[in-house]
Design a protein around this ligand. Structure first.
Ligand SMILES: NC(=O)c1ccc[n+]([C@@H]2O[C@H](COP(=O)([O-])OP(=O)(O)OC[C@H]3O[C@@H](n4cnc5c(N)ncnc54)[C@H](O)[C@@H]3O)[C@@H](O)[C@H]2O)c1
Length: 335
């Protein structure tokens, strides 16, 4: 389906669209000619991430009536990105995560059914897989989350399956690996809030906001002893949402796909590249391993490539770091 065929305007509701990934997803749908409404409570998102060509509704997924009201306006599909996402915090506050992620999603799914919105794209996570039994991690990999956050994502995938089976809801569950980078055109206004991932922390050191980087373990069985992760550019993730929506509406079939660059980058490699791109020293020291950190996590995105004709365009380390550094320079007035 093309959104503008015969001037039919296709309406998408992006829940969590003021956040880091959601703003890029909203931008990707807008760029493809969709009519976009962002629904967000701005708890971790930012008004700076809202676009003039999208409608904004300040609302909370914990309030079912608000969801019903906005969905009653009629949408062809919904992207659901609103969640708590700190794996460590989820182990300390499982109740908080169960409510925000699982109950919040139940509210969304029930509102979708009540208002006859038949398609949903869900932000799932590589955390559903837990420690890798083999690499790269494909869709058949055992699903055994090691933290409560991953458990909430897996439970939501199961809910989607049942709502699909019982009520015909069509869905795409997209399991992101490590999202990184910013829109290369500089069109996103706000920095990700309280980021915990490697690249933003490296940028904070480069910008002088943090003294030094802690590298958690350099004795892993990897090529340089530091952990290897799969970083995928947020704009590559975003374009997959548009393709996934077009796929599930066109084929009338639901999908669950892994999404990563399929390239493993070690912590040391990322830091060295960041020194090169930013021209900054970026002091780093080796600290103890963190419990539950697997040595290596790399995705197989073969299914996404096959079903969605998806190819990462911006997920090389140079573009990931350069686009992030530009945002930090803008934000902190670094010249
Ligand atoms: N960042 C990653 O590397 C990564 C990896 C895998 C999966 N994910 C998933 O992607 C999604 C988006 O992550 P992100 O990194 O953009 O996080 P984010 O915190 O920047 O975005 C979440 C957005 O949802 C909004 N929100 C939160 N609770 C809400 C509520 N109750 N009602 C309405 N809006 C609410 C926030 O204000 C924010 O705008 C999340 O579901 C996350 O679990 C992220």
């Amino acid at each position: 389906m093309h959104c503008c065929t015969n001037l039919i305007i296709v309406k998408i509701l992006v829940i969590g669209g003021a956040g880091y990934i959601g703003s890029h997803v909203a931008r990707a749908f807008l760029d493809s000619g969709y009519d976009v409404t962002v629904f967000d409570n701005l708890s971790t998102g930012s008004a700076l991430n809202l676009f003039e060509d999208a409608t904004f509704v300040h609302g909370d997924i914990m309030r079912p009536l608000q969801l019903r009201e906005v969905m009653a306006e009629g949408f062809d599909g919904c992207v659901h990105l609103a969640a708590l996402k700190a794996a460590g915090q989820s182990m300390e506050s499982p109740g908080l995560y169960a409510e925000a992620n699982i109950s919040g999603t139940i509210n969304i799914l029930n509102a979708l059914l009540a208002e006859s919105v038949g398609n949903v794209i869900f932000s799932s996570s590589a955390a559903i897989f837990g420690s890798p039994a083999y690499l790269p991690i494909d869709e058949d990999h055992p699903k055994d989350p090691e933290n409560f956050y991953g458990f909430t994502k897996l439970e939501i995938e199961r809910l989607l399956e049942w709502y699909g089976r019982l009520k015909g809801l069509r869905y795409a569950a997209i399991r992101y690996f490590n999202a990184a980078g910013y829109d290369v055109g500089g069109r996103i206004g706000g920095l990700e809030r309280d980021p915990e991932n490697l690249l933003p922390v490296v940028m904070e050191v480069a910008a002088g906001i943090r003294g030094r980087l802690s590298i958690f373990g350099d004795d892993y069985p990897t090529r340089d002893g530091t952990c290897i992760r799969d970083y995928v550019h947020v704009s590559d993730l975003a374009s997959a949402h548009v393709s996934a929506f077009e796929h599930i509406t066109g084929s009338q079939a639901s999908i669950s796909v892994n999404l990563g660059s399929e390239r493993g980058v070690s912590v040391s490699e990322m830091v060295m590249k960041a020194r090169e791109v930013t021209g900054r020293e970026i002091p780093a020291e080796v600290a103890a391993r963190r419990p539950g950190d697997p040595a290596e996590l790399v995705a197989s995105s073969a299914l996404a490539r096959e079903l969605l004709s998806w190819e990462p365009r911006f997920s090389d380390t140079g573009t990931l770091i350069d686009s992030t550094w530009r945002m930090y320079c803008k934000h902190y007035g670094i010249t």
